[in-house]
Ligand binder design. Structure first.
Ligand code: ZN
Length: 430
């Protein structure tokens, strides 16, 4: 493997609070040096990245790769290709596959397929309960041994408080993070829209923000009881932000994530009944969006995660209420989040902390930094390049994105995993 010298970029490494122009040398799958000027070693591949940002590879804590069982929507090959194109060097694969990843055989299949065809690192997440039924706990030790880095019943909440308590205690014994899709299913009643003036006006059945925050409030009591590490998936409303902020102040071991779409779209986006805006939790009010943006900037929300959820036209070319929940996010996440940087809501250092350093820390993964000796997982970004979003050109197998036609500012130029280029914008290295 040839050395790679990234020359003249702006290196942004949140793990070291480093933001300055420097050369970056990658050798043998590791970061070999970050210096003001590095002489090109013999036979090194020198790539001019002047005016570009060189950041630790993005890590997505929440991806649906759909393999095994729903390969017509996405598979590990197409999903990781989409990840690479989006600047991600690692993704965590949520367990609501068919069958669900609640046992060693499914985890091993995902690990093997990722090794065979994956463009980026894939970390499986196992189920909390068998079959995601919310009743009997999955064999977490076995899942961890096979490669799972956390447990979640994502798509559903663990509704039974006693089961959730035992799940937290059991996971704690293995040092596994419990990731909750926080939703009181009785209260939400599968409502496709956020309860408020917009849902009334456009005539959609709705669910209140309390369907999320009530579940988080309950869980935080159980975290206090058990001392287990707990992570809230896709935080969408102001009240959840308030609860997490308060729990962190109390010193509870809680972290959380927000999706790019909950940062950039309000419930007004559902007014055209575009089924790609049917997501769960639903797109919220402008006040909620303002709250999650502020919480991401101040660190109450630790991480950005895409909740990349591919669906085919079979699930989406139907009435809004009947449509499956979710949108594809891997290839739009960075540009959408950069809007917060362009709008001066957060610094580049803070953004890449949320998109790389924090996910690595929360899950105990390699990467998240460009410190010497770290793995050579690197993303090069042109933060100023503009492009028009066209989902028909995405690597993902699915097309359910509400962002088609949006002018994006910020483009992934190069994605490197363990020193290998897995995605390159032709202009840069063509
Ligand atoms: Zn979820």
């Amino acid at each position: 493997m040839a050395d790679i010298l990234l020359r003249g970029g702006r290196v942004i490494d949140p793990a070291r609070n480093f933001d300055a122009n420097a050369d970056v040398l990658l050798r043998d799958g590791k970061v070999a040096g970050v210096e003001r000027e590095i002489a090109a070693p013999k036979d090194a591949r020198v790539i001019d990245v002047k005016d570009k940002w060189v950041v630790p590879g993005l890590i997505d804590m929440h991806t649906h790769l759909r393999e095994p069982g729903q390969e017509y929507k996405e598979n590990i090959e197409t999903g990781t290709a989409a990840a690479a194109a989006g600047g991600f060097t690692a993704v965590c694969a949520m367990p609501n596959t068919v069958p669900p990843n609640d046992n060693r055989a499914v985890t091993e299949l995902i690990v093997r397929r990722a090794r065979e065809v994956g463009a980026v690192r894939v970390y499986p997440i196992g189920c909390i309960t068998q079959g995601q039924k919310g009743e009997n706990l999955a064999e977490m030790g076995e899942l961890q041994e096979a490669g799972c880095v956390a447990v979640s019943d994502d798509g559903k909440s663990v509704m039974n408080s006693e089961v959730m308590r035992r799940a937290l205690e059991y996971a704690r014994g293995f040092g596994l993070l419990v990731i909750q899709h926080a939703e009181d299913h009785n209260l939400s009643a599968n409502g496709p829209a956020h309860e408020g003036p917009v849902s009334t006006r456009i005539g959609l059945r709705s669910q209140p923000a309390a369907a999320e925050s009530a579940m988080v409030a309950r869980d935080l009591e159980l975290v206090a009881l058990t001392g287990a590490r707990y992570h809230v998936a896709h935080v969408s409303c102001a009240e959840t932000v308030r609860l997490v902020r308060e729990a962190k102040r109390r010193g509870l071991p809680v972290t959380c994530e927000v999706t790019p779409h909950h940062l950039t779209l309000t419930d007004e986006a559902c007014a055209g009944y575009d089924t790609s805006t049917r997501v769960n939790p639903p797109l919220r009010s402008d006040k909620d969006v303002a709250a999650v943006r502020e919480a991401l900037a101040d660190g109450t929300i630790d991480a950005v995660a895409t909740d990349h959820a591919p669906h085919s036209s079979v699930e989406k070319d139907v009435e809004f209420e009947q449509a499956a929940c979710g949108l594809i996010g891997l290839e739009t996440a960075l540009a959408l989040c950069l809007e917060l940087v362009h709008d001066k809501i957060m610094s580049p250092l803070a953004l890449f902390a949320r998109m790389s350093t924090a996910p690595a820390r929360i899950l105990g993964l390699v990467g998240g930094t460009l410190a010497p000796d770290a793995v050579a997982d690197v993303t090069v970004v042109d933060a100023q390049a503009t492009w028009i979003c066209d989902p028909s050109r995405f690597r993902s197998r699915s097309r359910n994105s509400p962002f088609g036609g949006r002018t994006m500012r910020g483009k992934v130029m190069l994605t490197i995993v363990a020193g290998n280029i897995v995605f390159a914008e032709e202009k840069l290295v063509g």
